[in-house]
Design a protein around this ligand. Sequence first.
Ligand code: PSV
Ligand code: MN
Length: 396
Amino acid sequence: MDSARARKVFQALERFRIEIPSWGFANTGTRFGKFLQPAAAATIEEKLSDAGQVHRFTGVCPTVALHVQWDCPDGVKGTDEIKRLASQFGIQPGSINPNLFQDQAYKYGSFGNPDQSVREAALAHTKDSIEIARRLQSRDISLWFADGSNYPGTANIRQRKQWFIEGLQASHAKLSPHQRMLVEYKPFEPAFYHTDVADWGMALLLARKAGPQAKVLVDTGHHYLSQNIEQIVAWLLSEDMLGGFHFNDRRYADDDLTLGSIDPYQVFRIFHEILYFEWETGNNADIAFMIDQSHNLKGKIEAMIQTVTMAQMLFAKAVIVDRAELATAQKACNLVRAESLVQDAFATDVRPAIEEWRTSKGLPADPMAEFLASGYLERITQERAARNSRSVTSYA
Ligand code: PSV
Ligand code: MN
């Protein structure tokens, strides 16, 4: 790679940050069962400690997403302790995720539940989560709804849409001026016939109705096979409605595979659309990059380091697309030239430039090797193994 491109990579890495999820460090499974890992985190302290390791060795994950029910059992009262622990491990709380899907009350939905008292409880939990976020100085509240139905004829789809609008507007009214509300969509699971917020169009419409601080959250695993995610990204960017990502990879549905393990070119194309938008408009896209993966088989901290370094590499590859040349080729309908510019950047080995950047920051050139040599994994395995072999608790 020439020095001009290496400089571009350097500059871009200065601002590349990605958030890791607390639930990525806990024991999770599939609906068929759970394979317990001896080193899995069970408490908020352990999750923050593990997340701190990912940041320590990569230097690009200063924030951790929290799921309120799993991580904040003491609600608003527990926020000082969470802040204290986070700073002890060299990180900060990141986006706050209300849990509107796990309680028995949500069997028939949360914001879309026909029972008004359940809708009120869901709203109260969302408002509490916004307050937790405010106290933790977290900007983003990420909302994902499992609401939907399994059988035709069993739900009033239009009525539920209206209840969603009302719930989101009432939640939005509680936001502080600096906060944002991110509306996530998912085509199916757990509901199989209809999902209330099933795609980016529905999320966009709801976010617009909710208020000016609401944006759309794109979880890369939440699309039908072969869907063009980067086009969705480009459209949301042009509407100033893209708030953030939940990154993961998949083969079939919401598989939570490590980012780029199946289709690294797609992640690259997503980053390219963002960078192309920034280049054309001269604006920095204000987008939260977050990982949403919880690993059943891979070691959790290793999987997270692998994901973060993959994201960093794919971002660096997207940075070196020659956008001026690309714009010219696109205008001239020079298809082969345009496609080659994108493909050449993807094929470029950016790893030496990334290693140099890491070294210049006092970070290990190879975060994974350094982490594995640090002894942390052995220590936590020893400390947590006995407890973990007994516990069959879920995410929390
Ligand atoms: C749902 O599949 C999801 O993507 C949402 O973001 C949840 O908050 C997260 O996974 C954890 O269950
Ligand atoms: Mn998600």
